[in-house]
Every structure is written in structure tokens, then in C-alpha cells.
Design a protein around this ligand. Structure first.
Ligand code: ZN
Length: 195
């Protein structure tokens, strides 16, 4: 089933979501929710979806950056973003530690549909969380996967990318594609007057 993705302005996107117990994670309701969130993310399409985005204030997100989607992106763009395939998985009750200097790329969000902006994100992360079986899991990530994790975990604590973006870089996805998509980020910043 495809769930409705709520847009900026819904209070649920601005709340700290609640943690789930291991028992809840293993229960049929959360297992069903995970299945529906996976279908909704693939249909959107997106590389991550957090429970608050479907109206539920729970600390749960699904992530997947499949090879099939990456084939639609030029190889040089994949390389500069450190974007490699990430299999489907679930992140519950995450605790995030960031490492390394921030890296800036354009980012979008299914709950801020049609818009994009440059967002600085830490180059590397470590995440302690539970998985879809309620088992403890430790994730180390860099590149685009580190960005996805930071974006999705922000959702679980009421933060959207617009809170972290270079405000002068906000633009429609149409205009990003039309005017800016092929330029290096340093050149984009220069032309947009971002110091
Ligand atoms: Zn988002």
C-alpha cells in the first residue's frame, strides 16, 4: 500500500518522534508499516523515508539506494558524491555521531516536494540503532549514504534540510536541472553569491 507523504507545514514533521521497543518492532503493526514505507519510498521514488513523513511520530526510517536508480545518474556525478548502492534496510531509535569536514551538495526531500538546496553534511557518520528485527546494529558510512542517514535521522528529531541549507541556493528542482545541475558546487556557490 502506498502511504500519503505529508508536506512541510504538518506539525508531525517538527516533533521529536518517540522510540520503539524491540517488542513493538517485531510486532505485526510495525512490520506492516515497514512494508508499506518500503513500497511508498520506491514509488515516490526516494532513497529514504522516515515515519514522520507518513504522519507517524515514530523513530523509524527506511533507506535504499538501489543500483537501478544509480544507472540513471552520470558516473562522474556518482563518483564526486561518493554514491554507491545501499541495500534496503531499516533504522530504528538511531543515535548519530558525525565526523569529518562538512560536504555540500544539492539535496531534496519528499516532504518539501519540488524544491532543492545545497546542504552541508558531515562527510562520515556512525549510527547506533536497531534494525527491522529489533537487533542492535552499528553503521559506519561515508559519501552519499552518510548524507541519507543524516537527512533521515534529522526527520526523527523534527528537523528538515531547510533548517541546514544554504538559503541562497534554494531553487525548484526544475531550475536545478535546467540551469545548475551540471556545474561544480564551487561554481554554483560563486554564481549564487554564497561565500
Ligand atoms: Zn526528507
Amino acid at each position: 500500500m502506498r502511504l500519503k507523504i505529508v508536506q512541510a507545514g504538518e506539525a508531525v514533521l517538527r516533533q521529536r518522534a518517540r522510540e520503539l521497543s524491540r517488542k513493538e518492532i517485531r510486532g505485526s503493526e510495525i512490520q506492516q508499516l515497514i512494508e508499506w514505507m518500503r513500497e511508498t519510498m520506491r514509488d515516490a521514488p526516494g532513497v529514504g523515508l522516515a515515519a514522520p513523513q507518513v504522519g507517524l511520530p515514530l523513530q523509524l526510517a527506511v533507506i535504499e539506494d538501489p543500483e537501478a536508480v544509480q544507472r540513471t545518474v552520470p558516473p562522474e556525478r556518482l563518483a564526486e558524491r561518493g554514491r554507491r548502492p545501499v541495500p534496503f534496510h531499516v533504522v530504528v531509535n538511531p543515535r548519530l555521531t558525525t565526523e569529518g569536514d562538512p560536504v555540500e551538495f544539492f539535496e531534496g526531500c519528499l516532504s518539501v516536494a519540488g524544491w532543492s538546496a545545497l546542504v552541508p553534511r558531515a562527510a562520515r557518520v556512525q549510527v547506533e540503532c536497531l534494525d527491522e528485527r529489533g537487533e542492535s546494529k552499528s553503521i559506519r558510512a561515508d559519501g552519499w549514504y552518510a548524507r541519507i542517514l543524516q537527512h533521515e535521522i534529522d526527520h526523527l528529531f523534527g528537523t528538515l534540510y531547510v533548517d541546514r541549507m544554504q538559503t541562497r541556493s534554494l531553487m525548484t528542482v526544475d531550475n536545478l536541472t535546467r540551469h545548475w545541475g551540471d556545474l561544480p558546487v564551487a561554481e554554483v556557490k560563486k554564481r549564487l553569491g554564497i561565500v
